[in-house]
Structures are given as structure tokens and as C-alpha cells.
Ligand binder design. Structure first.
Ligand SMILES: [Zn+2]
Length: 129
């Protein structure tokens, strides 16, 4: 997994802490799932990705592009985006609910708690089960 250099980044650890505080149990980096989501809630069939803005090309001000080796970087970035997109599609096709948290969105922790709580508590799909 050379294209994804950072595991257990600060934003990811913060998201984990919040989910813990919300009393939810989760698994980390399930490799058997598309894109190996950072947090997986198997019972609820929910998955969370915590994306670094640079590597995953959020488009915010953290999404800088190195000046040298531009072509190399562009290819790398394109592959990352493609993989993210595909993982999202595959997961949803398999009935997973997916939430993407961007690195820059973890700055406002109150908002982050709210988003995570909403995502983890509402059951849009499997209500009848
Ligand atoms: Zn961002």
C-alpha cells in the first residue's frame, strides 16, 4: 500500500476517539472491504474514511501540488481519486453506508462530533430488520 503512506494519522485518531466516546464499537482498516475503510461498524454496515486532503485531493487549501515531478504526482493523485471513488461505489453497492471525513473538517471538533453522531445513529436503510 505504498500509495497510502499514512496510517493512524492525527485526524483519524480523533475520529476514533469520538466514536469511542459515542459508545460505538468498530474495527480498523478492514482489508477485506473495498478501500479498507479506516473505521468499520460491521453491525450497522457503516464505514468511515478519514481522508488526508493532500493525498485524496479534497480541493481545499490543503490540497497543494508539488512543483517538481508534476507528472508523477498527477498520476499518483489520479490513481488515489480513482480508487476512492471505486471503493465508495463498491461499498454502497454491497449495502454499506459510507461517510468521508476530510482532514480539514476535523479542525472543528464540535461539528465533527455532530456529524459522526448523526451518521452513526440514523438508520436509513435497514430499518425493517
Ligand atoms: Zn480539505
Amino acid at each position: 500500500m505504498a500509495a497510502v503512506p499514512q496510517k493512524h494519522t492525527k485526524p483519524e485518531i480523533l475520529v476514533r476517539k469520538i466514536c469511542h466516546a459515542l459508545g460505538r464499537r468498530f474495527r480498523l482498516h478492514r482489508r477485506d472491504l473495498p478501500g479498507s475503510p479506516d473505521l468499520v461498524f460491521p453491525k450497522d454496515r457503516k464505514a468511515i474514511f478519514v481522508h488526508g486532503c493532500f493525498w485524496h485531493r479534497h480541493g481545499c487549501r490543503l490540497t497543494t501540488t508539488p512543483k517538481s515531478n508534476a507528472e508523477f504526482w498527477q498520476e499518483k493523485f489520479d490513481r488515489n481519486r480513482e480508487r476512492d471513488l471505486q471503493a465508495n461505489v463498491d461499498l454502497q453497492y454491497d449495502g454499506w453506508e459510507v461517510l468521508v471525513i476530510w482532514q480539514c473538517e476535523t479542525k472543528d471538533s464540535e461539528l465533527l462530533v455532530e456529524r459522526l453522531a448523526t451518521f452513526l445513529t440514523c438508520n436509513q436503510v435497514n430499518e425493517s430488520k
